[in-house]
Design a protein around this ligand. Structure first.
Ligand code: VAH
Length: 317
């Protein structure tokens, strides 16, 4: 059974990807690593873990050798809005981590997954049915790090044969770990606010369409790509994948079907609105469907049912 290292295991994706991978590959085969150490919650008790600062290549190399790692999942990143407040940190973490992982993967013959994002596109990119191969001139440091990550990962595949793979995630919605500093995070916050307070103040304008995905689909997509037959992959870094596209009024209306008294008003966050306006309304993910069989299982309706069910139980509502 392959041995896996997850860097950024405490983050929004990592905190769910770790147990997901442990269910598939076995607890002892999945090492959870983060710069936040000891790890939070049951991530530490439920299997091997270690401290890794992804900007320190020695930390990564030591862990890969100690645990005889076959595949690295590099989730280290500073999300879009937060990185705008400290662009150099966004660059150091976003690009530093992927470069360090690529070199360690090359030297130790590991596969490497580093997610990209809708943030890798910019205002010049076609916003509707955004093609797999198109112009990428992002206006955020986060987007610049994601395009850099895509390009350098493709280079390491072509130049050194490193098995690099990646998806462009849309906004991810989860009920386990609150995200921090993203532009799409309103679509997570709205569910918590609806259950806890019955009302929500939305930072984005009505009509702001963004690609979104429920975390269970994102986890499954990650593993399906990493387990895909390499002979069928024409693309590698990075595949467009999406599950739904909605704007604030649509998610509010879906919540109101379950909480009729729910109220939403707006208070514009100029920074996040500017970032959201530069991103696609809806990506074309037909290439991922063709090359490795991607298909989402959750839409806005079924995601809302599950999110509200879990959160109502958690907050005794
Ligand atoms: C962000 N949730 O908003 C992240 C993501 C698709 C966007 O990368 O920055």
């Amino acid at each position: 059974m392959k041995n896996i290292l997850i860097i950024g295991a405490c983050g929004q994706i990592g905190s769910e990807l770790t147990p997901f991978l442990r269910n598939i590959y076995g607890t002892d085969h999945v090492v959870a690593a983060d710069c936040i150490y000891p790890l939070k919650g049951d991530l530490a008790e439920s299997g091997p873990s270690c401290k890794i600062d992804a900007t320190n290549p020695q930390d990564i190399a030591d862990a890969v050798k100690k645990y005889n790692i076959d595949a690295i999942y590099n989730l280290a990143a500073i999300l879009s809005a937060k990185a705008e407040a400290n662009p150099m940190l966004g660059w150091r973490v976003g690009v530093g981590a992927v470069l360090n992982c690529l070199e360690v993967a090359r030297e130790n013959h590991c596969a490497l997954f580093t997610p990209s994002s809708i943030g890798a596109f910019g205002p010049d990119t076609p916003h509707d049915n955004t093609p797999q191969d198109t112009i990428q001139r992002p206006k955020t440091i986060y987007g610049v790090t994601k395009v850099t990550g895509e390009l350098i990962s493709d280079y390491y595949f072509k130049r050194f044969g490193v098995d690099t793979r990646s998806v462009r995630f849309p906004g991810l919605i989860s009920n386990v770990t609150l995200p921090g500093g993203g532009t799409t995070d309103y679509a997570v916050d709205i569910y918590y606010a609806a259950v806890k307070e019955g009302k929500f103040t939305c930072p984005l304008k009505p009509g702001t369409f963004l690609d979104m995905m429920y975390m269970p689909d994102a986890l499954r997509a990650t593993v399906e790509l990493m387990e895909a037959d390499p002979a069928k992959l024409v693309h590698r870094n990075s595949f467009n994948i999406t599950a739904m596209s909605f704007e604030p009024e649509m998610i509010a209306a879906e919540i109101k079907k379950h909480i009729p008294s729910f109220k939403m008003d707006y208070q514009l966050d100029e920074l996040r609105q500017g970032i959201a306006d530069s991103w696609p309304n809806k990506m074309d993910d037909s290439v991922a469907r063709k090359e490795w069989g991607w298909a989402p299982k959750y839409d806005l309706q079924t995601m809302t049912v599950d999110m509200l069910e879990v959160l109502k139980k958690r907050f005794n509502k």
